[in-house]
Design a protein around this ligand. Structure first.
Ligand code: IMP
Length: 436
């Protein structure tokens, strides 16, 4: 009986999808515990491109998948993903309610949640957070306000439609009176959602009980995190965060299973740092377009640093070890996975941020101060230059075959974060991994 939790150690987009896909092979169930369609992951299987925003990545390994209670689900998006996978050749049985289970306690996103998300962002003007505008914040706000719509309500489609209608009216009132934004048609939305409810009804169940039974029967559950530690609503750089708990502890609450089942916590970090959206990023590379372009890649390259949900170019920086140490502490990582080591090939030097100094450059902080990550704006990264390597490493499968400088780079990270690096990804392909 074991639950393995995989979470992002940075600002999301660490390449968790590929790591989940790799671990999923040995798991029985893959379960997502937080977030919604703000997440995005692209996989290539036998040359076919699959984009998932809501479905757990394990589906492509033919595993049972759970969308947990901690999620906020856009039913139109979910049905679209299921239809897209069917059209690309996944069998009906692999997309059936026996394979995909939605927690009756997950919350449902309405089109008006998205309108509100956009209205709040517009109203913030220059102080916008850079949300994905997928309605995430407003849906979690409705959950906290105790007026949200539960997936379990879809089991009675007609009554659910009434509830949808009434919530859309509330949202419309707010859109019109506070934001001078356009209201949406409550009748049409209620009708659409009644249709979604009829289609999704068979997928809805008590997934907490299901997962409990799996774990009791010695099955392995892989808890798939979304976004990353620094976007956590409690422990990230508030307010530049998402609206859910993204850290390992949230796997238990977001899936409704006891934390006692967690047997391993894996943190995924990119070998450099990226961020999409606003907020402080101490190691951001500014004024070096050549370097930024090298690390970001070209828009059409697989794995290039453009948001898979919004297409926005990601901000790029050097690996920030104080933040990684912070993530290791908050989550309690047993091991670290490093992704995109291959992208660093061809750089003369690779900078590693070891600590921060303050404005007077006197004090050195080994770790940011929790709860006030905005203070990062006044921190100056103290770097060590690590010698780079020129070799292409995409074909390397054994750690000792990596260029010596690449090995040193990984070892330095291990020594400073004090966590073993168990796995290094050296390309977008499934097989491009070094297991240590
Ligand atoms: P929201 O989750 O759409 O409300 O966006 C809040 C912040 O989280 C914004 O800075 C987004 O860019 C960021 N964000 C949300 N989801 C992801 C993700 O999957 N990867 C990276 N950033 C994300």
């Amino acid at each position: 009986m074991s639950m393995i939790v995989i979470v992002g150690a940075q600002w999301g987009d660490e390449g968790k999808g590929k790591i989940v896909d790799w671990y999923a092979e040995k798991a029985d169930v893959v379960a997502r515990f937080s977030g919604g369609a703000n997440a995005g992951h692209t996989s290539y299987v036998d040359g076919v491109k699959y984009v998932t925003h809501l479905l757990p990545s394990g589906l492509l390994r033919g595993k049972k998948c759970v969308l947990g209670a901690g999620m906020v689900i856009d039913p139109a998006q979910l049905l679209e993903e299921i239809a897209d996978f069917a059209q690309k050749g996944l069998s009906a049985s692999s997309l059936s309610p026996e394979q995909i289970m939605i927690s009756s306690s997950a919350h449902i996103i309405l089109p008006t949640h998205k309108e509100l998300d956009a209205a709040y962002e517009n109203a913030r003007g220059e102080k916008a957070l850079g949300t994905t505008k997928r309605g995430i914040g407003p849906a979690y706000a409705d959950k906290a306000l105790r007026r949200g719509l539960l997936a379990g309500m879809m089991l009675s489609p007609a009554e659910f439609a009434d509830k949808v209608h009434s919530l859309v009216l509330d949202h419309n009132w707010e859109l019109l009176s506070n934001y001078d934004a356009e209201s949406l048609d409550p009748e049409k939305i209620a009708q659409d959602y009644e249709g979604y409810a009829k289609k999704l009804k068979p997928y809805i169940q008590d997934t907490s009980l299901y997962l409990h039974q799996c774990l009791k029967n010695s099955q392995t559950v892989l808890a798939e995190g979304a976004q990353g530690t620094l976007l956590d609503v409690d422990h990230g750089g508030y307010p530049f965060v998402t609206s859910s708990s993204t850290v390992a502890g949230a796997a238990a609450t977001g899936l409704g299973v006891s934390p006692k089942f967690i047997s391993k916590i894996i943190g995924v970090a990119k070998c450099f740092q990226t961020r999409v959206g606003e907020g402080p990023m101490p190691t951001e590379i500014l004024g070096r377009e050549d370097l930024v372009n090298h690390l970001r890649g070209k828009m059409d390259d697989p794995g290039a640093e453009y948001g898979s949900t919004t297409g926005r170019p990601r901000r790029v920086g050097w690996l920030d070890l104080p933040l990684l140490r912070y993530a290791a502490r908050i989550n309690g990582f047993d091991e670290l996975v490093l992704t995109k080591l291959d992208i660093l090939s061809g750089l003369e030097f690779v900078k590693l941020c070891l600590a921060y100094s303050n404005q007077a450059r006197t004090a050195v902080f080994p770790e940011p101060i929790a709860g006030d990550i905005a203070i990062l704006r006044n921190f100056y990264p103290e770097y060590e230059d690590v010698l780079g390597w020129s070799e292409h490493i995409g074909e390397v499968r054994d750690f000792k075959d990596l260029p010596i400088c690449a090995q040193l780079y990984v070892r330095k990270i291990e020594n400073i974060v004090k966590k073993p690096v168990s796995f290094v990804s050296v390309g977008t392909g499934r097989e491009q991994v070094i297991v240590r």
